[in-house]
Design a protein around this ligand. Structure first.
Ligand code: ADP
Ligand code: MG
Length: 472
């Protein structure tokens, strides 16, 4: 039992040093296999975990161990513990539940501290989370984005009024609020108002009741930048449309910036009064369309990064291939994964996410079922690694994590080369897959292989054989 308590203390120090996600993903379950005056051997669940702990957390674990044993320990190492899941093993610690337990304790002990950091939810609930820098740009929103950027740089000068339309959940509100934040940051003295048609209507109705429409009018007349979201809600509200029309005229005449969004196609603008409609036509109109596969992938990764959630490449590719309608759905699926992970400790895997999407009714084109060409041609980096590893008869982990041993070097270079040339991955992305190597080292490996295959025809044949085996 002593080992158990020693390990507990070590893990407690580790928790303070590493990111939550890293701790939950890489530590999983641990034990102390052996300990004497000078050295300690930690038990892990698999070779993969062992290599990860060794490569990424060696220093942190060593520091925590020395703290626990008062400097005596000189060497630490890791070994797969075959008994780790054995119920009679009382030394092993299940890290997910241990993490939760430790947090509950620290919360209680910290309760009296005067400093309490803002809870995450509160931070996220703020509209500040919408910024131009976290807006992902794709082919069919590029124009809208550039127009908003230009307006934020120079409100009232270039595109006025700016009118943005597109289907629901494609990022109009995000873009509008981001522009709003940006202008307020740059032009501290300007009066910048973001409102929605809904709010405007409520405000107007209440002003009519209180008989102070004039006051509302003069308030709006002083604005420098007016942003109105979701103007489709004005349809059939003639009185308020009239009011907006007046506000429009005043602001427009004063060279003030106006930005408008509309949730539908411009054809449906006919539901608005011709007078107001014609005002919209003064300015420029840009639309937002759906994101393509690469962009959906980028969005998932960006959102996961924002939430500090580690999501494997193959899982994000799978989601991007199957969740195609809009950004909100992508976010929603990601949030489901995070929630499940937080509740059960289940990390997202391809099998799990396939089952999940099926349950959530994104069943039409699931890759696993290979029903459509589009989806079945998408390969993940796992496919390439599988093909390379089975071709050379070595373990995938060796390719990913193995050291500089010669037997791993060529297969690793081949994998990187294929990811670059055939899958168009960036060097950064490849580096991340291969245990966080940097851009330069991946570039070097790809160039090196290119040189080798120019001379070594046998290797070139092997490369072709691997490509044929997975049809890339
Ligand atoms: P809309 O107003 O068009 O209905 P939203 O702006 O509310 O859409 O977008 C829905 C969700 O998707 C929001 O959480 C938003 O942050 C996210 N989103 C939409 N487009 C993008 C984008 N281009 N980049 C990053 N996030 C986006
Ligand atoms: Mg919106």
């Amino acid at each position: 039992m002593e080992k158990y308590y020693r390990l507990k203390n070590i893990l407690l120090s580790v928790i303070d040093e590493v990111k939550k996600q890293d701790f939950l993903v890489y530590f999983r379950k641990m034990s102390i296999l052996e300990v004497n005056e000078k050295e300690i051997v930690f038990g892990t669940v698999s070779t993969f975990m062992k290599d990860n702990l060794q490569a990424k957390f060696y220093d942190t674990i060593k520091k925590a161990t020395i703290k626990e044993f008062w400097d005596n320990i000189q060497s630490i190492s890791f070994k797969v513990d075959n008994r780790i899941d054995n119920p009679s093993n009382k030394d092993a610690i299940e890290c997910t539940s241990f993490y939760k337990e430790s947090k509950k304790k620290t919360k209680k002990t910290n309760a009296n501290l005067s400093y309490s950091p803002m809870p995450m939810e509160q931070k996220k609930g703020n509209s500040k989370r919408y910024s131009l820098s976290n807006f992902v740009v794709w082919a069919d929103n590029q124009l809208a984005f550039s127009a908003c950027e230009a307006v934020a740089r120079n409100p009232g000068k270039s595109y006025n009024p700016l009118y943005i339309y597109g289907d629901v959940w494609l990022g109009k509100t995000h873009l509008l609020q981001a522009t709003w934040n940006e202008i307020m940051k740059k032009y501290k003295g300007k009066k910048v108002v973001y409102t929605t048609a809904d709010k405007f209507i409520t405000e107007y109705v209440s002003a009519v009741k209180k008989r102070n429409v004039e006051k509302m009018r003069s308030k709006y007349a002083e604005i420098d930048v007016l942003i109105v979201d979701d103007v489709q809600f004005f349809s059939k509200k003639e009185q308020t449309q009239n009011e907006l029309y007046n506000v429009f005229n005043i602001l427009y005449d004063g060279n003030k910036q106006i930005i408008i969004s509309w949730d539908r196609t411009p054809k449906e603008l006919t539901e608005l009064e011709p007078r107001l409609r014609s005002r919209f036509e003064w300015g420029i109109t840009v639309d937002i369309g759906r994101p393509d596969f690469e962009t959906r992938l980028a969005i998932i990764q960006e959102k996961a990064r924002e939430k500090e959630f580690l999501i494997p490449q193959d899982v994000s590719e799978f989601i991007a291939a199957n969740v195609t309608e809009n950004v909100r759905e992508l976010e929603w699926v990601l949030n489901q994964l995070i929630a499940e992970y937080e509740l059960t400790g289940n990390t997202p895997t391809l099998t799990r996410i396939a089952a999940k999407l099926q349950k959530l009714n994104f069943t039409k084109d699931l890759i696993g079922e290979s029903k459509t060409k589009r989806v079945s041609t998408i390969k993940s980096y796992e496919d390439i690694l599988d093909a390379v590893s089975s071709h050379f008869g070595i373990e995938k982990e060796g390719i990913l994590w193995g050291n500089r041993k010669k037997e791993f070097m060529i297969p690793r270079q081949v994998s990187m080369y294929l990811l670059k040339k055939k899958m168009n991955y960036t060097y950064e992305r490849i580096g991340n897959i291969f245990s966080g190597r940097n851009h330069a080292s991946v570039l070097y490996s790809c160039n090196k292989l290119e040189k080798i295959i120019k001379k070594d025809k046998n290797l070139l044949y092997e490369l072709n054989a691997i490509q044929d085996s997975i049809g890339i």
